[in-house]
Design a protein around this ligand. Structure first.
Ligand code: DSN
Length: 421
């Protein structure tokens, strides 16, 4: 077992209370199986950049056009991050300053539409994100949000219905991309629909950016007007976001991010992005993307062999949605029972769920983090068996404790590689 105390020795001296909590969280991340689809382990290099002196620096503006002096190195770092992201995604223009995914989407809408204009996005309970026009979010308050559904029979995106809604509502923006959709997204089809009705296409690839870079999911960059992504999910960078766009939108995107919506960029995050983009440009990252797909397929097939129902019948990407309606336990208690067994995921609505969002019928599982820690198909088979056992014995604390002990043993036997911890 690693000694995490040396990582926080300065905090330890000054604030033992916080240091103790950090050490315990680090141990938790090491000793549980992390299946939250949006989480990962970043490299120590990314972590070091995130905790660097750049947190001390203010830099409103853009490289060469700042409102504060002292930007000699910050400018170089931001330009490095931009150039690396452009090369990685093949984008004409990149803004690396958005604080996270929701602000990035807000900036995209701000640049492409006026308040009150119509945006057409994927409904949250069908796999979309809050910022794609869901009723409790700014995207439905400031814009006229129309939501497209998935097909009730297949749970796949209903492209014909997207086209019909687009013709009927003439949106200014069509948003594609998802937080809980396990299949390939046809960006070309979305672009055809958008262009037919004169809408801009925004692709939010927060979940799949790493898969796009690794070449295991089609890229929207050649066909979308604007692409947004967080950098901390499958892309394995720091918590933040970037916006990629065609050159013609560069000025309006940059102006939307600063000064319209944000102040000083988080330079420590920008440096960590630059490091992560370099890591993502390597053959090792391509292999990581392929391993994610293999692990997700294996876990999905094994779960189905235990009688679990997977939305769409499987997965093409890093995540799967398990509909527990045919089990004796819904999503929230299942996620809690799994946590007692050392397996961490989130409960999730399934399409056409009859249960409320805070107590839904399903769980969402993703394999980015476990793939980073080096788990492969053998471990996926074990995990599926443990999930099955938890579903069958969720009301037996002794059984959950014995699975937890086995999980701990596996995590100790296959520790997170040094480079990622
Ligand atoms: N909260 C993220 C997720 O878990 O998918 C999306 O922003």
């Amino acid at each position: 077992m690693r000694d995490f105390a040396e990582r926080v020795q300065f905090i330890q001296r000054q604030d033992p209370e916080v240091a103790d909590l950090l050490i315990r969280e680090q141990e938790r991340q090491e000793l549980v199986i992390r299946l939250i689809a949006s989480e990962n382990y970043v490299s120590r290099a990314v972590m070091e950049a995130t905790g660097s002196c750049l947190t001390n620096k203010y830099s409103e503006g853009y490289p060469g056009k700042r409102y504060y002096q002292g930007q000699e190195f910050v400018d170089k770092i931001e330009l490095l991050a931009i150039e690396r992201a452009k090369a990685l995604f093949g984008a004409e223009h990149v803004n690396v300053q958005p604080y996270s995914g929701s602000p990035a989407n807000l900036a995209a809408y701000y640049a492409l539409a006026e308040p009150g204009d119509t945006i057409l996005g994927m409904s949250l309970p069908h796999g979309g994100h809050l910022t794609h026009g869901w009723k409790v979010n700014f995207s439905a308050r400031f814009y006229h949000a129309v939501q497209y559904p998935i097909r009730p029979d297949t749970c796949l995106i209903d492209y014909d219905e997207v086209a019909r809604l687009a013709r009927e509502h003439k949106p200014k923006i069509i948003v594609c991309g998802a937080s809980a959709y396990p299949r390939i997204i046809d960006f070309t089809r979305f672009a055809e629909i958008a262009h037919e009705v004169g809408a801009s296409l925004v692709a939010d690839i927060a979940h799949i950016a790493g898969l796009v870079v690794a070449g295991v999911h089609p890229s929207p960059v050649p066909v979308a007007d604007v692409v947004t992504t967080t950098t901390h999910k499958s892309l394995r960078g720091p918590r933040g976001a970037i916006i990629l766009c065609r050159a013609q939108y560069a000025k309006s995107i940059d102006t939307a991010v600063f000064p319209a919506l944000q102040g000083g960029p988080h330079n420590h995050t920008t440096a960590a992005m630059a490091v992560a983009f370099r890591e993502a440009s390597t053959p090792a990252f391509k292999a990581y993307g392929r391993a994610i797909i293999e692990n997700a397929r294996t876990l999905a097939a094994e779960l189905m062999s235990y009688g679990f129902t997977l939305v769409t019948g499987g997965t093409d990407n890093h995540l799967m949605l398990v509909d527990l309606s045919n089990k004796r336990i819904p999503g929230k208690p299942m996620a809690r029972a799994l946590e007692q067994a050392g397996i961490i995921c989130n409960c999730n609505s399934v399409p056409f769920d009859t249960r409320p969002p805070f107590d839904p019928s399903g769980i969402r599982l993703g394999v980015c983090a476990v793939t980073t820690r080096g788990f492969g198909p053998d471990e996926m088979r074990l995990i599926a068996r443990w999930i099955h056992e938890v579903a069958e014995h969720h009301d037996d604390p002794a059984r959950l404790a014995s699975i937890r002990a086995a999980v701990r043993e596996l995590c100790l036997a296959k520790p997170v590689p040094d480079v990622f911890v």
